[in-house]
Structure formats: structure tokens, C-alpha cells
Design a protein around this ligand. Sequence first.
Ligand code: ZN
Ligand code: ZN
Length: 217
Amino acid sequence: MTNAAAHDVTHHVPEPMLADYAAGRLGYSFSVAVAAHVSLCDECRARLAAHEAAGGAVLETLPPAPVSGDLMARVMARLDDPAAAPPAPPAPSGIFPGAVMAALKGQPPRWRKLGMGIRQSILHAGGDGSLRLLYIPPGRAVPDHGHGGQELTLVLQGAFHDETGRFGVGDIEVADESLEHTPIAEEGEPCICLAATDAPLRFSSLIPRVLQPIFRI
Ligand code: ZN
Ligand code: ZN
């Protein structure tokens, strides 16, 4: 059932976002990103199992006290109940978790050049945000940009770093309006990321701004 327990994940889905995911309150793009992270991260998988078993509403009404023995028992019973298990997700393929394979509809990514060796494959673009795969050659930077809303970036291959830290396979970065950053791929393998937004990015330089409508970033 676990497909990648060995990743040394250090950047996780924030608790409120995981609760929203468990309660079905996230939009499509964020849901795929969270599901993909969870499939790569033992810690978030365990936290999510507790959310799902207890139900978001139950958790929200609980006082901020230690989890009661009764709740724990119900969590464990639910985990043991095969009828309560969700339908099996699509199988992972290569570096792509099952949730990404579902977004790809089982097809390989259709890469489009973005310039400077960077490529993207759009999986979803709409008024509720976008979901794309990004391919960044080793040592290459994604143009400096800010965010009109939140952006989730999940590393699937290689690694990148920016002003906030280093992100390797399985790590998820949550950026919002307050962050202006320049992600740079590390040397070695090309960095392949899943990027989800709930609003368009805001580029600082003119050229990416001009290209933005064309590439639907
Ligand atoms: Zn995690
Ligand atoms: Zn960003």
C-alpha cells in the first residue's frame, strides 16, 4: 500500500490544509498535490488517516485536549474495516504517484517548452487554479515571482532550493502572497515538480509577464 516510504520528507502539508483535504474542501489542483504528497509521506498519511477516520466535523468540535481513548478506538476500528477503505487509486508509474497518474489520465506528460530549458505539462487550468508538471534542468532557476494566491510545489524528482530552504523528493512547499521567490534546481538530475495554484502567479520581470497569458502560468 505504501509505495515510497524511503523518502526523507521534511516539508509537509500544513495541518489546516490537511483537515480541509480530509473534509473535501480543497479544490481539484490542491487535492491532487496533497494526495500526491500523502502517498510519498508516512507522516502525513498517518495524520490523514486519523482525520478521515474521525471525520472532520468530529475533530472540529473536540476541545483541544489529548485524544480520548474512545476516539482512538474508533480510529483503529475504522482502519481495520476494509469496507471503509476508499477505492484504490491509480497505480503510481515511475516518479509519478497515483494521484498524478490520475491527473495525467494514464498518459505520459506532454511537455511544452517555457524557455531556458524549462518545460511544463499542464494537467488542469481553470478559474479555480491550475495544476502542472514543471521540468527544470539542473542548476536552472524558475523566474523570480510572487503569488496571487497560494501555490503548492511538490518535488517528484531531483531537488530545488529557494529563499526558504531546500526541497527534495516528497517535500511540498506552500507559498502565498507574502512570498517572492526564485526556485533553483540543484545540480544532478533535472528537477520535476508538481505545481498547483489557486490563482495566477505574479512575475516580477517583464518577459515572463508577457509570456504568462500564452503559457497560462
Ligand atoms: Zn508530509
Ligand atoms: Zn512560486
